[in-house]
Design a protein around this ligand. Structure first.
Ligand code: DGT
Ligand code: CA
Ligand code: CA
Length: 576
């Protein structure tokens, strides 16, 4: 059984802190749990591995005896008893309220005590009846905002970040693969297509003893409810709200089932149409001519029966992939090992957790050729942005680290704030001294489409710009992209000869696959960046790579696959 990940443990501590705060517990204790969550989130190694290596966790700053014991318990049992205990004291859906803007533990407590609000539905009803505005600390404006937010939340079918689903998938696969007589366990659905969010998880299993697999599937720890349990189909809901569907399929139709349940639905429909045109029938059991099976055991065979090469799951969206496959024009998609460095990173000079040297050492350990240090500029005071004087000092530190012989080139840079009027936070003379100039919007997300577009276009006119970072500002499942005319921006980037980012942070993945593909079609090189603020963030690349593959990007479409010399030449060429 794979242990809980640090991120999952951090969520448990956060949930514990939230509930204790609703309860009105000792603030020091609550702060200690929140702090532990932050420490876990930033820690470079999984706690399970640390404990297995015999490490004393109390040696980690921010982790005392009590927290260390709780981590050990979670590693062993996959649960935090203190959280389960306090959960039992409150309505189970109460923590959902905390996710609404404007609602902290204190207000949630007031809603519960004075209005009987236990769920999102209760809140919507109370707000509609105007029963919330009179509560202490609320008001008519907040009531209206809450009604809007809760309506939106209740409407959207729940999705989950891919990054949150990953460890869940990993554990299901490990659990089922350990059942005797299991030949294959494969995640399908949107997860296999590399989507940035997933609705539910779909897993396929080929096994000698289906009943044993179903028993293991429904007995996993952390399951809130078993939704369905049949001979070949099962469905469970995990406590964290993620649903997993399991299907047991015969080996002879594994390939057909994998193709069918990978989807997307639109791709499946287009493939079925193609089969019909060829006098064949395609379904989840195989490809058939009349009643005779011609393919089914493996996916390659399914495609081959329809006269096609195998199409990578990331491209199966009925977005031209079948035509491209037919004409032998599927690109060779980029892989993580193609990346040679990263051009967007933060350090303790602004809001990062590590020194420049520590970042460089990690980059070297990963075998990269280069890493750019691009801390925030002065206007971003909340992120401790650098002014000209501190930027000067930082350049000296970059130069110093480059004398250490770490085997990786540290590039100087800045993530320069695009101000509201489109001017940049540094002058051209200052920017000219840097290897990499990243420009990005961090404020005034609500400008109208025309103003936001003009603002960014103005910034792109500046002679020293290398690339535009996270071009739409979206935070998946939390913040919509700002209104902006991306086609005009891409056109300007192309005309200007600079680049555009796929920010690989699992909550950003910005550009999305649609616009990253348009960038490729226009011939704009894309940069895939971690935007690392800590050691753990060095793992973001794989998410950006999946997004890039969904956008049909190959190695040659991505700037940071270039070796150092070629990269430097391209960076210099953007300068006017
Ligand atoms: P999700 O879970 O919303 O992120 O998206 P998917 O793509 O995983 O969708 P899901 O879980 O409903 O179904 C998994 C796959 O099964 C889907 O990608 C294609 C296939 N599938 C499901 N329902 C249908 C259907 O009605 N027609 C066809 N052709 N395929 C379907
Ligand atoms: Ca799914
Ligand atoms: Ca499903």
């Amino acid at each position: 059984m794979a242990a809980m990940t640090n991120v999952e443990m951090a969520e448990q501590f956060e949930a514990l802190a939230d509930l204790l705060e609703i309860k009105g517990e000792n603030p020091f204790k609550i702060r200690a749990y929140r702090n532990a969550a932050r420490v876990l989130g930033d820690h470079p190694a999984e706690m399970g591995a640390e404990l297995a290596a015999g490490r004393d966790l109390t040696g980690i700053p921010g982790i005392g005896k009590e927290i260390a014991a709780k981590i050990a318990t979670m590693t062993e049992t996959g649960a935090l008893p203190a959280l389960e205990k306090v959960r039992a004291e409150f309505p189970p859906a109460l923590p959902d309220l905390l996710k609404l803007p404007g609602l902290g533990p204190k207000r949630v407590r007031t809603l519960l005590d004075q209005c009987g609000v236990k769920t999102l539905d209760d809140l919507a009803a109370a707000a509609r009846e105007g029963r919330i505005q009179a509560l202490p600390g609320f008001g008519a404006k907040l009531e209206a905002a809450l009604l809007e937010a809760v309506t939106k939340r209740l409407d959207t079918t729940v999705r989950h970040l891919r990054a949150a689903a990953e460890p869940v998938v990993g554990r299901i696969v490990e659990t089922l693969a350990a059942v005797p007589g299991v030949h294959k366990v494969t995640p399908a659905g949107s997860y296999r297509r590399g989507r940035d969010t997933v609705g539910d998880l779909d897993l396929l299993v080929v096994a000698d003893d289906p009943a044993a697999v179903m028993a293991a599937f429904t007995a996993q720890p952390g399951i809130a409810r078993v939704l369905a349990q049949g001979e070949t189909k099962g469905s469970v809901l995990f406590e964290r709200g993620i649903q997993a569907d399991l299907r047991l399929v015969p080996a002879a139709s594994y390939g057909a089932a994998l193709h069918y349940f990978t989807g997307s639905q639109a791709h499946n429909i287009a493939m079925r149409r193609r089969a019909q045109q060829q006098g064949l029938k395609l379904n989840e059991y195989g490809v058939f001519r009349e009643e005779t099976p011609v393919a089914g055991a493996d996916e390659e065979g399914i495609f081959a029966a329809l006269g096609l090469p195998w199409i990578p799951p990331e491209q199966r969206e009925d977005a031209g992939e079948i035509e491209a496959a037919e004409q032998g024009k599927l690109p060779r998609l980029i892989e993580e090992s193609d990346l040679r460095g990263d051009l967007h990173n933060h350090t303790i000079w602004s809001d990062g957790a590590l020194s420049i040297e520590a970042m460089a050492r990690q980059a070297a350990a990963l075998g990269w050729s280069y890493i750019a240090i691009t801390d925030h500029s002065k206007r971003l005071t909340v992120a401790n942005g650098l002014d000209e004087r501190r930027l000067d000092e930082q350049l000296e530190d970059v130069a110093r680290v480059n004398t250490l012989g770490l085997g990786v080139q540290v590039l100087s840079g800045s993530e320069v704030d695009i101000l509201e009027d489109g001017s940049l936070d540094f002058s051209d003379d200052v920017l000219a001294r840097l290897d990499v100039v990243v420009v990005a919007v961090h404020s005034r997300f609500k400008l109208n489409r025309e103003a936001q577009t003009t603002r960014i276009l103005r910034a792109l006119e500046r002679p020293q710009v290398s690339f535009l970072a996270h071009p739409t500002g979206r935070l998946l499942l939390e913040r919509d992209p700002y209104e902006v005319d991306l086609d005009r921006i891409l056109e300007a980037i192309h005309a200007r000869g600079c680049f555009v980012e796929i920010n690989a942070h699992p909550m950003r993945l910005d550009l999305n696959e649609v616009y990253a593909r348009r960038a490729r079609e226009r011939g704009i090189p894309v940069v895939i960046n971690n935007d690392a603020h800590s050691l753990a963030d060095f793992a973001h690349h794989r998410h950006g790579i999946l997004q890039a593959r969904r956008a049909w990007l190959g190695r040659d479409d991505v700037l940071n696959t270039l070796p150092l010399d070629a990269l430097m030449a391209r960076l210099r060429a953007t300068r006017r």
